[in-house]
Design a protein. Structure first.
Lengths: 319, 529
């Protein structure tokens, strides 16, 4: 295939992966709607969770057949979507004969793929977490549509400054780190929602609805923390690798370029989250809020800093 | 994390003033080094960095700051008073990170001492009620108490626990490296800050534009702009001269810049230089110094001939690019001393297009490659004021001199290579060609290696701290009630990642099996609460 054909194939695959994710989203909705589960309440003993006892969603075992089937279909569609999504990047890379993260369109597309893969890994390893699929895929589809509408850039060669092996190191880890923090942030948002729900249940109300289908607050909190613990060293490495590259490319390893500044802010906020989670008075909700702020900082760094600020990281390629 | 303060003794009736002051200081110190304060300070640090990315910063672009002052004449001076254009060197930013580091030191040093003691001390005795610990269970065996504990000790030692036996019980611990990693991470942050500070104090950098065939030596007098730390002795810079022999810019078909490379010769002054090629992402690295090419452009060459025949041949001046995509550039040629007296100096203001296109008499550039170079020039005569002592840019004419009338326009033309224009007084200005120039940056940062080493140590510490587990296991042997065997109570305490319950269950199973192979009649009832 010629590079042009590969490039247009890549664009088509982008639409296909959005379609597959949307179908997966519908299937997740169906799972939530049709699958009626008996929720078993048990006391949670765990070092990480909030001290209060919380009803923990059990695994899909208690679910009736129809809901289970929808769940499997949804996961399958998500996996297919992720395959198409990965193919978007591979065909782009082949079309341009370089790593497919040279501009903002490619970077964000890769980031969303990491988030989807991170979710799939959790869903396979911890069946109880499958139910958050809708809450992961809804932002994923939204992000993909926005990327397609506003960030799309034609396949093309890299500018001279990006032709370095550090692109493979620095940008790849940035993508992975961002994708993981994305999952962590969503888990904390869901945690905050679920904690409120559980408080209302404890107060004797019967809120019902979708929230009852979420995993327990303690589980969500643990997922948020473990992903952040995984993401933090990756982000640290991203910043260090970026500094090493900047030393070679821009003549200094750190210069408070807007992107560097926001990477630093994100690092500090995630450091605060990891500290908060082990500090009395900050555990639970306040810590989760810190994590949500961290996600906000990461998104701001990707969108505002790339498109509005002028700095050395102006590789967005968005006109 | 602060250790919990011991309960304070009941206050003495009236403490003396100095003691009161010490008590107050101690209280403030405790408050500052508490984890809660550290989290707040981390937030403040993040918050303090925000304006540095949203407002123009002098350290990044003086021009943008000047522009901001023009656009916001009333607001800007106020922001400036709050150091908002120099956020990262402002006293309040320094206050936040210094407080954070004091808090960090106050927290990490006691922890370090504690850790050092803990590493040398035996694991603590088992708590009285083991079954209250998060992970606990019991095993029964036919072995006697000491024999059963022997088996447990052996199994734990194989798992690299440090084990201490006490009367009828056993304490084991492993994972000290977790805390070591934690301390390494935090101490590396301090080392990193010191490395940064060292680089700021003893580092310097200078930039200069060099046209092909010319060069520069490392001294502050030569640089167009330079900055240096307060402890830099300007007479003691590394002796190095760099000559630019050839510069190449390559482009893809769609005019994306593919590479910029400069062939240079470098060496000590007066020495036969060594040649090398530097470019984007590939600076010249010498012991502690680096030379970068940070930009490029064109230096058109002109020959100016007076009516009396005196000529200035092939003078080249760097024209600064105003558009990187097409390399359209602007610059000025100042000829103060060719013939004529003080009031008859010549100056040329010009626009250079590597590939020119003239539409309606206006020259524009359509391609960054020099395919059809053209210049649009305006010639001025009058007094340039170069000897007035007022500094002026070599890259542009001072428009105030034109407004004031000390320079008068005497001609304008669009020229291709080889063409010339004649001024009313008979002087000719010929556009003879172009050379390329490179923007060089010379950097000296002695702190950089330390910053890199601290960063690597920091990452190592971080990985140890986040991935390792600190585990304590306790076992107590009590004679069984019914059949004379022994009941072992096991418990573990874990700090760190992952879930501890499955691992404890696995350990209990292994211990049960190990006990079983030793005992005549294995009979174990693992219980996991």
């Amino acid at each position: 295939m010629t590079p042009d054909q590969l490039a247009s194939l890549s664009d088509n695959l982008f639409s296909i992966s959005i379609a597959l994710y949307s179908l997966a989203m519908v299937a997740f909705c169906a799972q939530l709607a049709f699958g009626r589960r008996t929720t078993r309440t048990r006391e949670l003993v765990g070092a990480g969770g909030p001290p209060a006892a919380s009803p923990e969603a059990t695994t899909g075992a208690g679910e009736d057949g129809r809901g289970r089937r929808w769940g499997v279909i949804a996961l399958g569609l998500t996996a297919l979507g992720a395959l198409a999504h990965g193919a978007v990047l591979i065909t782009r890379g082949l079309a341009t004969d370089r790593l497919p993260w040279g501009n903002m369109y490619e970077f964000s597309t890769a980031t969303v793929l990491v988030a989807v893969v991170a979710y799939l890994v959790f869903a396979v390893r911890t069946p109880g977490l499958r139910h958050i699929g809708l809450f992961v895929l809804a932002p994923v589809v939204l992000a993909m549509v926005l990327i397609g509408l506003f960030l799309y850039a034609e396949a093309g060669p890299l500018v001279a400054a990006l032709r370095s092996y550090w692109l493979a190191i620095h940008v790849s880890t940035a993508i992975i780190g961002f994708g993981i923090f994305f999952v962590s942030g969503i888990a904390s948002v869901l945690y905050l929602v679920r904690v409120r729900y559980e408080e209302r249940v404890a107060a004797g109300e019967e809120p019902g609805g979708l929230l009852s289908r979420l995993p327990g607050a303690a589980v969500l909190d643990r997922v948020a923390h473990r992903t952040a613990v995984f993401g933090f060293p990756i982000w640290t490495f991203t910043v260090i690798a970026g500094a090493i590259w900047a030393e070679a490319a821009w003549g200094r390893f750190w210069g408070w370029d807007p992107k560097e500044t926001w990477a630093f802010i994100a690092w500090v906020v995630y450091a605060a989250y990891l500290h908060a989670r082990t500090t009395a008075g900050w555990r639970g909700r306040p810590a989760a809020w810190v994590n949500v702020v961290g996600l906000g900082v990461m998104i701001f760094n990707l969108t505002f800093v790339n498109m509005v600020s002028t700095g050395l990281h102006s590789y967005a390629g968005v006109s | 994390m602060s250790t919990i303060a011991p309960p304070r003794p009941p206050a003495a009736p009236v403490p003396s003033a100095p003691r009161r002051a010490t008590g107050l200081l101690l209280r403030w110190w405790r408050r500052l080094t508490a984890m809660r304060t550290a989290i707040v300070l981390l937030f403040l640090l993040a918050l303090a960095a925000v304006p540095g990315s949203l407002l123009p910063q002098r350290s990044l672009s003086q021009n943008n700051v000047r522009q901001y002052f023009t656009d916001h004449p009333t607001l800007a001076p106020w922001l400036d008073r709050l150091f908002l254009f120099d956020v990262f060197s402002s006293p309040w930013f320094a206050a936040v990170y210094l407080l954070l580091f004091v808090s960090l030191i106050g927290c990490v040093l006691p922890r370090g001492l504690e850790h050092f003691r803990a590493m040398r001390a035996a694991p603590p005795p088992a708590p009285r009620n083991l079954l209250r610990l998060p992970d606990s269970g019991t095993l029964s065996t036919q072995l006697t108490g000491p024999e059963a504990l022997d088996v447990v000790e052996e199994e734990l030692r194989v798992r690299r626990f440090r084990v201490v036996r006490r009367e009828g019980e056993l304490s084991a611990e492993k994972g000290y490296l977790k805390e070591t990693g934690n301390l390494l991470f935090h101490l590396s942050l301090i080392a990193l800050l010191l490395g940064l500070a060292g680089g700021k104090l003893w580092g310097y950098e200078g930039s200069i534009l060099v046209t092909e065939g010319q060069g520069f030596c490392n001294s502050f007098q030569q640089y167009d702009t330079h900055s240096s730390g307060p402890l830099v002795d300007s007479g003691d810079l590394s002796p190095l001269c760099v000559d630019l022999e050839d510069f190449r810019a390559e482009y893809e078909e769609n005019l994306t810049a593919a590479s910029f490379t400069a062939d240079i010769a470098y060496g000590a002054p007066g020495e036969e230089g060594r040649t090398t090629t530097i470019g984007v992402n590939e600076p010249l690295r010498l012991d502690g110094d680096r030379v970068y090419t940070t930009g490029h452009g064109f230096s058109p060459t002109f020959t100016v001939t007076r009516p009396d025949g005196t000529a200035l041949e092939d003078v080249s001046v760097p024209f600064l690019p105003v558009d990187q995509a097409t390399m359209a550039s602007e610059g000025a040629l100042k000829v103060p001393d060719l013939g004529g007296d003080g009031e008859d100096q010549l100056a040329v203001r010009g626009f250079f297009a590597p590939t020119g296109l003239i539409q309606g008499g206006i020259l524009t550039s359509v391609d960054p490659r020099p395919l059809a170079p053209q210049v649009a020039i305006q010639a001025f005569q009058g007094y340039l004021g170069l000897d007035s002592g007022i500094p002026q840019s070599v890259y542009s004419l001072d428009s105030r001199q034109i407004d004031r009338g000390s320079l008068t326009e005497v001609g304008a033309a669009n020229l291709s290579v080889g063409e010339s224009m004649t001024l009313p007084d008979g002087t000719t200005i010929a556009f003879t060609g172009y050379r390329q120039f490179a923007a060089f940056q010379f950097s000296h940062d002695p702190g950089q290696v330390w910053v890199l080493a601290s960063s690597i140590a920091m990452l190592t510490g971080l990985l140890g701290m986040l991935l390792l587990r600190r585990e304590r296991v306790f076992a107590r042997a009590v004679a069984g009630a019914r059949d004379g065997g022994t009941v072992l109570t096991l418990a573990s305490l874990t700090r760190g990642s992952g879930e501890s319950a499955p691992r404890f269950a696995a350990l209990t199973d292994d211990l049960g099996a190990a006990l079983g192979t030793r005992a005549p009649e294995p009979e174990d009832h693992p219980r996991d609460t």
